[in-house]
Design a protein around this ligand. Structure first.
Ligand SMILES: [Zn+2]
Length: 80
């Protein structure tokens, strides 16, 4: 299952983020603040994408370290 980088909107496999390349992600628990796609780059996001990422950011913040819960919530809520 995937989770979303809340800086650029890129989906990432949870196991990749958690185990395979964890040093490449800037995270606060389940919240991805920056990923290898967007780190150090300025993002030009549409208002719709900004709203979407704000929603994902809020859910991830509420779930704290629960990355599995975030992935399920995004999938079940048709947010991914
Ligand atoms: Zn990113």
């Amino acid at each position: 299952m995937d989770i979303i980088c809340t800086n650029c909107g890129e989906p990432w496999d949870m196991d990749y983020v958690r185990h395979e390349a964890k040093e490449e992600f800037c995270r606060q628990g389940a919240l991805i603040v920056a990923c290898p796609c967007c780190q150090g780059k300025q993002q030009l996001l549409t208002p719709e994408l900004q709203d979407y990422l704000s929603t994902v950011r809020t859910i991830a913040t509420i779930l704290a370290d629960d990355m599995d819960g975030l992935a399920v919530t995004l999938k079940d809520g048709n947010l991914i």
